[in-house]
Design a protein around this ligand. Structure first.
Ligand code: ADP
Ligand code: MG
Length: 626
């Protein structure tokens, strides 16, 4: 059976392609400059094997020029040029890549510098131009040709005069419409910034005449405009340079130039990997939190380059959420890009890179913690919260990876310490890692619940961040030591004697405690003799999963689930107030009610919880003063 070829309406196809591949019109310039760079590269590769050719790097460049009045934008290169046939096949056939063919024909295996591969980039010009004219003279030929097209209705080719080898692409920039302005593609400043953004590391100079101002000769305040040729691109990317040749200032300059942040980064990491996947990366750990960091607007991600050409501004897949503060870039020649060169086709390579990067960031942070504690603490003040979120998120999937990077304020050291430091100096008889939660270090310090643990000489971690307790719950334990809130029911500290003693008091005053529990029905789950209080008369402790700090945080959530901690009112039986209670219980039940309510409200205040009826509370205080 004979096969019939598909027919495609090339006109429609071209229109569809032009308008659907790219998300931003400005990339047309990236495509044309990449082609120009490829054309120069081809001479370079030819010269490698052809002795009659020599490649003087300095005589090869790309030029960008505008003619405002006539709305022309011209891109000139000194590359290999195209013959009449090549103009037909390469520009006349959609999806025909002369560059890909060149790589195959010349068996350039490591031809990773040549960018072209899909044979569609050129047509991006029609996103911004009504007419595209290409004047080209191929290496080794005497005749130049002009190719011209308005996009939709095909093209013409005719011979023209042109002296130098190379190609000129002239775009007649579209008129502005109501929805879209095209003027920016004729503006010096805009063009410069598009070139900087996408083509900064093209290896040949991209030159442009730019207008500068200067004082008129002999004058002190009379200025004049003058034209000056400038090279816009940096050409050699810093990440391809040898680490030994780069200074701290070079990295800082790059950080600023790239607008990664306004601060001075705490640390940079320069990675060059030449294994199964090749890539270069420069990563920064910033010092200060970007103003929108903990908001929805913040977008994490690293810049992604393929062969020095910018593909993505913020590639989110390269960074896990818990390291979303990291800034920087990755350049790889091994990425398989899709046709628009905006998205990656397979993310296998990307996943590999992301995994490596994540490991590297962790080890860098660890070394910072070990070797430059002060800097690490500075970093932790800004981004520690993010690490704690990282422990908590994804059902604790990353907790093992992150736990050694955590720090908490220590009751003993009065500064931030790591969990490892805590555990390594735990006395032998200490079973748990103790923590206390509150609004500030000062307030936690005064919490009655901390009394027994402190008296035992044990260290307490102070939790002031809303995420702290949630993160710790996810960890459950560290180096086989369980975490325990100083407000939890059983502290695991009491000696047998202590236990017997409290039990005796509890039995002796069972009726009083039952009576108080009744008075506070619905407010607390139980009223008990306290084992942990030393000088304070009362405190609240909790039974079950939810702590008081968690209750407070949940209450602030937009979809407040109205979850309450199961509270227990603990009474210090050695406090004078307890004597007043027992006395009153003998002969004045109203007084017991009054005292019970006062004590309960006191305990709430200490916890930073709201009192239900402040007026009643103050009236009650007055009552006992009278
Ligand atoms: P790609 O660059 O992916 O191959 P393009 O559509 O950008 O696809 O370009 C198509 C082909 O046209 C290129 O492969 C190249 O052979 C040729 N070409 C485009 N621009 C130039 C140029 N400035 N000089 C020489 N050849 C060019
Ligand atoms: Mg191209």
């Amino acid at each position: 059976m004979s096969k019939t070829q598909f027919k495609a309406e090339s006109k429609r196809l071209l229109e569809m392609m032009i308008n659907s591949i790219y998300s931003k019109k400005e990339v047309f310039l990236r495509e044309l400059i990449s082609n120009a760079s490829d054309a120069i590269d081809k001479i370079y590769y030819k010269a490698l094997t052809d002795d009659s050719l020599s490649f003087e790097k300095d005589s090869y460049y790309i030029n960008v020029e505008t003619d405002h009045e006539n709305r022309f934008l011209k891109i000139t290169d000194t590359g290999i040029g195209m013959t009449k046939e090549e103009l037909e096949t390469n520009l006349g056939t959609i999806a025909k890549s002369g560059s890909l063919a060149f790589k195959t024909e010349n068996e350039i295996k490591d031809g990773h510098d040549i960018i072209g591969q899909f044979g569609v980039g050129f047509y991006a010009a029609f996103m911004v131009a009504d007419v595209v004219t290409v004047i080209s003279k191929a290496l080794g030929s005497d005749q130049a040709y002009k190719w011209e097209s308005t996009g939709a209705d095909g093209y013409t080719i005719e011979p023209v005069e042109k002296d130098a080898i190379g190609t000129e692409i002239i775009l007649k920039i579209k008129e502005n419409t109501e929805e879209e302005s095209y003027d920016e593609y004729l503006e010096e400043y805009q063009l410069k910034s598009i070139i900087k953004k996408y083509s900064d590391f093209i290896r040949y100079p991209i030159k442009m005449e730019v207008t500068s101002r200067r004082l008129k000769e002999g004058s002190e305040n009379d200025w004049e405009d003058y034209k000056e040729e400038q090279t816009i691109n940096s050409m050699v990317p810093i990440w391809r340079k040898n680490k030994n040749e780069l200074t701290e200032e070079d990295y800082e300059k790059f950080y600023q130039e790239k607008h990664y942040g306004f601060d001075k980064p705490i640390k940079h990491v320069h990675i060059s990997v030449d294994g199964s996947i090749r890539y270069n990366a420069i990563l920064y750990i910033p010092e200060k939190i970007p103003f929108d960091y903990y908001s929805k607007e913040f977008e994490k991600g690293l810049e992604l380059y393929s062969n020095g050409v910018l593909i993505m501004n913020k590639c989110a897949d390269l960074l896990p959420d818990h390291f979303s503060f990291v800034k920087g870039m990755v350049d790889s020649e091994d990425l398989s890009l899709n046709i628009s060169r905006e998205i990656l086709q397979h993310d296998r390579q990307l996943k590999l890179i992301a995994k490596n990067i994540s490991k590297k960031i962790k080890s860098e942070l660890q070394s910072l913690l070990r070797n430059d504690r002060e800097k690490y603490e500075e970093f932790y003040k800004s981004f520690g919260r993010q690490l704690k979120f990282g422990v908590y998120n994804d059902y604790g999937m990353h907790k093992e990876e992150l736990q050694d990077l955590l720090m908490f304020y220590s009751s003993k050291e009065k500064k931030l310490i790591t969990l490892d430091e805590y555990v390594s100096r735990m006395p032998e008889d200490q079973k748990y890692i103790y923590y206390a939660s509150g609004e500030s270090y000062e307030r936690i310090e005064k919490l009655p619940q901390t009394e027994l643990v402190s008296e035992k000489g044990y260290e307490i971690l102070y939790f002031t961040d809303d995420i702290d307790e949630f993160a710790i719950r996810m960890l459950v334990n560290y180096k086989e030591k369980e975490f325990k809130s100083v407000a939890s029911g059983d502290l695991g500290i009491e000696s047998e004697d202590d236990k017997n003693e409290t039990e005796a008091v509890a039995n002796e005053h069972k009726e009083l405690f039952d009576y108080m529990k009744n008075t506070l029905a619905g407010k607390v789950k139980d009223v008990k003799v306290s084992k942990r209080l030393k000088s304070h008369p009362v405190c609240l402790s909790t039974d079950g999963e939810l702590t008081i700090e968690m209750e407070k945080i949940l209450a602030m959530m937009p979809d407040n689930p109205n979850m309450k901690a199961e509270k227990i009112l603990e009474i210090n039986a050695n406090h004078e107030v307890f004597k007043s209670l027992t006395d009153a219980f003998e002969n004045d039940k109203d007084k017991v009610d009054l005292y019970t309510n006062l004590l309960y409200n006191q305990a709430l205040l200490i916890e930073g919880l709201p009192i239900q009826d402040p007026v009643e509370f103050t009236n009650n205080i007055c009552k006992i003063m009278k």
